[in-house]
Design a protein around this ligand. Structure first.
Ligand SMILES: Cc1cc2nc3c(=O)[nH]c(=O)nc-3n(C[C@H](O)[C@H](O)[C@H](O)COP(=O)(O)OP(=O)(O)OC[C@H]3O[C@@H](n4cnc5c(N)ncnc54)[C@H](O)[C@@H]3O)c2cc1C
Ligand SMILES: NC(=O)c1ccc[n+]([C@@H]2O[C@H](COP(=O)([O-])OP(=O)(O)OC[C@H]3O[C@@H](n4cnc5c(N)ncnc54)[C@H](O)[C@@H]3O)[C@@H](O)[C@H]2O)c1
Length: 450
């Protein structure tokens, strides 16, 4: 006989977004269940931001040392992939059980399979039929499926992050966030890297002037870029894979030990039978209103990368989850009102951005002051012998407010947060210039940028 269960809240996905909703609703006394079809804990902690940043660590040390080679550093550090993987596992190994235990301690029921909608109110999971007053979809994103011949030979970013040995050579298909970050890491650990991109440049969400400079730094590091290329097939050879592609009207090929799909990520919704649940969705994800409630099934909320509202970044996923939890507990009162969300490509140097792009700013305001420069003579660049340091700051001339900031340089992932505060708090350039920051510091440079 089919077992029936009823909950106040059923959450699908245990990443940053889903587990926050589950914990908060359970702490508020609601009956909660959560399902995940992979290890618990989600992308960021298991196979995204956190393990990536651990693998990045030794490359940051290498880069600092390389810059100061023969300027106080006599020999360069040797990077050890295997030892770093052991260190990384100390963090990642604990995540699934740790996440499960935290949830269980709050009385949350766990399921380890993908639920499917049977109708607007009912789900089926692990052979049980489940009704819930609120269903929260927080399933995140998964790598885009590529369909060229031999696509099954492609590896993913998750495979890269747990490699026990780094191959001698790699091809990345797609020069976006993941392609660039992973190419920089792999190259510094000694791997020969080629990025093949369908578009005319890399990182199309970022300022093109700063991206061009980053590409040039990356090429000097030994990374090869092939733009405007169309992959036709991937073949498995003895030790290598061969990637066949069309470029400038010619058929070309390149061999590498491993080929990775870094061609973007798409909402993880195909297993949920959303049509049966009357849940509307588009290519961008589950469609939500200002309360993060689905536009066609008001029992359903969506938060994190899978919502069509989202920029797929960890901090925004957390904010969306908080709104969903509040709306479930107190009724629909909290609307999503997203402040400017900064983002960083963790290459070395970092490329970081917040607020409007140059084009967006010029469309929105009559007079925009553009402060844009690559600097080689500032003290910070000279003392650390950095390879590139550039910025583009956009200011609304009428109000003197900063409306966009884009930085290529060391610690830009940190400095950008100061601009995030300035933009969100509508600070004028005058107000920022009057602040006292520590000296000498990268943060203090923002006054010179203004
Ligand atoms: C390699 C990489 C590096 C990244 N680096 C950064 C970074 O530096 N900074 C940053 O801000 N963001 C980064 N991101 C993005 C960040 O990881 C995501 O924005 C964040 O994890 C989203 O959280 P989420 O809870 O929405 O989804 P996720 O963390 O993806 O969690 C979704 C969960 O749902 C589960 N799930 C999926 N489908 C189903 C189903 N049918 N049934 C049950 N469960 C399901 C998944 O297994 C997963 O556990 C990175 C992403 C990747 C891939
Ligand atoms: N530091 C961070 O915050 C960080 C790091 C990694 C990922 N992320 C998040 O994850 C998301 C996904 O990252 P991503 O790097 O997978 O995607 P992306 O959208 O940044 O880049 C994908 C690239 O692949 C190219 N591409 C697509 N299909 C192709 C094909 N068939 N052949 C060649 N090139 C192709 C696209 O033109 C694009 O340039 C990001 O949008 C970001 O939100 C964030």
């Amino acid at each position: 006989m089919m077992e029936y269960k009823e909950y106040d809240v059923f959450v699908i996905g245990s990443g940053v977004a889903g587990r926050y909703v589950a914990r908060t609703c359970a702490s508020a006394g609601l009956s909660v269940a959560i399902a995940d079809n992979r290890e618990f804990g989600g992308t960021c902690a298991n196979r995204g931001c956190d393990p990536k940043k651990i693998i990045l660590g030794p490359t940051e040390v290498f880069d600092l040392a390389d810059n100061l080679s023969q300027k106080g550093i006599s020999s360069l550090p040797e990077l050890n992939w295997e030892a770093n993987q052991k260190f990384k596992k100390k963090f990642t190994d604990k995540i699934p059980a740790g996440t499960e235990n935290q949830l269980k301690e709050l009385g949350v029921t766990l399921y380890h399979q993908s639920p499917k909608f049977l109708d607007k109110h009912t789900l089926s999971v692990e052979g049980k039929t489940i009704t819930a007053k609120n269903i929260v979809i927080a399933t995140g994103q998964i790598p885009r499926t590529l369909t060229m011949e031999g696509a099954h030979f492609l590896k993913t970013s998750a495979d890269f992050l747990k490699l026990s040995k780094l191959p001698k050579s790699m091809v990345f298909i797609g020069a976006g966030y993941i392609g660039l970050e992973f190419a920089h890491m792999a190259t510094r650990y000694g791997c020969q890297v080629t990025l093949i991109e369908q578009g005319p440049s890399a990182l199309n969400a970022f300022d093109s002037d700063l991206v061009s400079e980053l590409i040039s730094v990356s090429e000097k590091l030994g990374i090869r870029f092939i733009f405007n290329a169309e992959i036709s097939s991937i073949e498995k050879l003895n030790k290598n894979c061969r990637v066949n592609y069309k470029h400038e009207g010619k058929n070309e090929s390149i061999k590498a030990r491993m080929v990775l799909n870094t061609a973007g990520r798409v909402p993880a919704i195909t297993e949920l039978s959303l049509e049966k649940g009357g849940v509307s969705f588009s290519k961008k994800g589950v469609e939500v209103n200002k309360f993060l409630q689905n536009t066609t099934n008001n029992k359903v909320y969506a938060c994190g990368d899978v919502s069509d509202h989202s920029v797929p970044l960890t901090p925004l996923s957390g904010i969306e989850a908080k709104i969903v939890a509040e709306n479930i507990i107190h009724g629909n009162k909290t609307e999503i009102n997203v402040p400017n969300v900064p983002s960083t490509v963790f290459t070395l140097p970092n490329l970081a951005s917040v607020g409007l792009s140059e084009d967006e700013a010029k469309k929105r305001y009559n007079n925009v002051i553009v402060k844009h420069e690559f600097v080689s003579d500032w003290f910070n660049v000279k003392r650390s012998n950095e390879k590139a340091y550039g910025y583009k700051i956009l200011i609304n001339e009428r109000t003197d407010e900063i409306v966009g900031a884009h930085i290529l340089g060391p610690y830009a992932s940190e400095t950008i947060n100061l601009f995030t505060m300035a933009i969100n708090l509508k600070l004028t350039t005058e107000a920022v210039k009057n602040m006292i920051f520590t000296y000498p510091s990268w943060a203090n440079d923002i006054k010179s940028m203004l």
